[in-house]
Design a protein. Structure first.
Ligand SMILES: Cc1ncc(COP(=O)(O)O)c(C=O)c1O
Length: 366
């Protein structure tokens, strides 16, 4: 994709990059102010110890109580992360042994494959199919399988599907019955569109904290992707194991970033309505050109099928090269992603419409 985009640029095309879910909105002003204060404080340059993470842990605990009604002990059930992605890779190392089985959805966020490989896990895939609302059918998992962990993510990347609290209750019960750790990756917790309401993005911890760990991120909700900050919450044993592994590998985020995150978590997430305006512009344009795409209730993505698409990777490469429009090919998210491409709503409506015009002009031939 990088080479294809470079080729388009060399040919003089303007690039419309819709391939990565990196927010283009500014972080909250209180976060920036906390960061400025930290740069002026020489004390903030020391190694951050666990005790130094208390303000962020307490702020995150208040957020979880306010937003989801989940009460957590900031001492034992909460750990700052250098982003949800770092947290997930280390959590798998901390809570599994090489050769264990991990239940992983197909399609899913691609770094999950790498995190499973780094931990030496066997992957058993759970198909996410549109006829089941892109939710896994746990009844189809062989009864003989004893998976060590199940990894889910709703609102979902790439499908934008959402999961109800009833779904999480049933899934948590299924996991507890098998001794399987339920890991819920929740970076899109705040990205539900008006009219859908926050209930479309519940916390898995509302189904209880025992045997459940959830990964939160400031990247999307507070437009702080480059800050690399998030937090893990839930099962005290799993959080303690994660802390031990991270203790061998990293220190906590820089104190200034922790202060910025703690301040951001006290605010009502803002700037998210832009994603809705972009969804509202993009969907009718896609439909007018015969693409299939559901109206997402949450997330910052549109998961779309151009009519008759056979090879999403070849299509995305050609689109980048010939039109300057960069999309994520569905197959990058797993075999069941074939036939789809993913639009990230990270450009203004007029550029989304321009992207659709260019793609329509290109046709499907690869
Ligand atoms: C499902 C999912 N998990 C994790 C991440 C990365 O989160 P963070 O920036 O906190 O590492 C992303 C980013 O796109 C994502 O889509």
């Amino acid at each position: 994709m990088n080479a294809a985009v470079a080729q388009a640029r060399a040919a003089g095309l303007s690039i419309i990059d819709l391939s990565i879910g990196s927010s283009d909105q500014p972080p909250p002003e209180v976060a920036l102010e906390a960061l400025r204060r930290a740069t002026r404080d020489p004390q903030s340059s020391r190694y951050p110890l666990f005790s130094d993470t208390a303000p962020l842990r307490h702020s995150a605990a208040r957020y979880m109580a306010r937003r989801f009604g989940v009460a957590l002990d900031p001492e034992t059930q909460m750990l700052p992360l250098i982003g949800a992605q770092e947290g997930l890779a280390h959590l798998l190392l901390a809570t599994t042994d090489p050769g264990d089985t991990l239940l992983l959805p197909d399609p899913c966020y691609p770094p999950y494959f790498g995190a499973a490989a780094v931990a030496g896990l066997k992957v058993h895939t759970l198909p996410l199919r549109p006829e089941h609302g892109f939710l896994p059918v746990l009844a189809d998992v062989p009864a003989s399988l004893r998976p060590r962990a199940l990894l889910l993510n709703y609102p979902n990347n790439p499908t934008s599907a959402v999961a109800s609290l009833d779904f999480f209750r049933a899934t948590a019960a299924w996991c507890r019955a098998r001794g399987t750790l339920l890991i819920h990756d929740h970076p899109y917790a705040e990205l539900s569109y008006a009219g859908s309401g926050p209930d479309v993005a519940p916390s898995a911890l509302q189904a209880g904290t025992e045997g459940v760990v959830e990964l939160h991120s400031l990247s999307k909700s507070h437009h702080m992707g480059g800050y690399r900050v998030g937090f893990a919450v839930g099962d005290a044993g799993a959080v303690a194991a994660l802390a031990r592994v991270k203790g061998a590998i990293d220190f906590h985020p820089w104190l200034g970033i922790q202060a910025a995150a703690a301040a951001a978590l006290e605010t009502v997430p803002a700037g998210l309505e832009v994603f809705q305006a972009r969804r509202d512009a993009l969907l009718p344009a896609l439909h007018a050109h015969g693409w299939q795409a559901e109206w997402p209730q949450a997330s910052m993505y549109v998961w779309a099928q151009p009519p008759g698409l056979q090879d999403s990777v070849a299509y995305a490469l050609r689109a980048a090269r010939e039109t300057g429009v960069a999309l994520a090919p569905g197959r990058a998210f797993g075999g069941l992603g074939e036939g789809y491409v993913r639009f990230a709503l990270v450009q203004p409506p007029e550029l989304l419409l321009e992207a659709v015009r260019r793609l329509a002009g290109m046709g499907l031939k690869v």
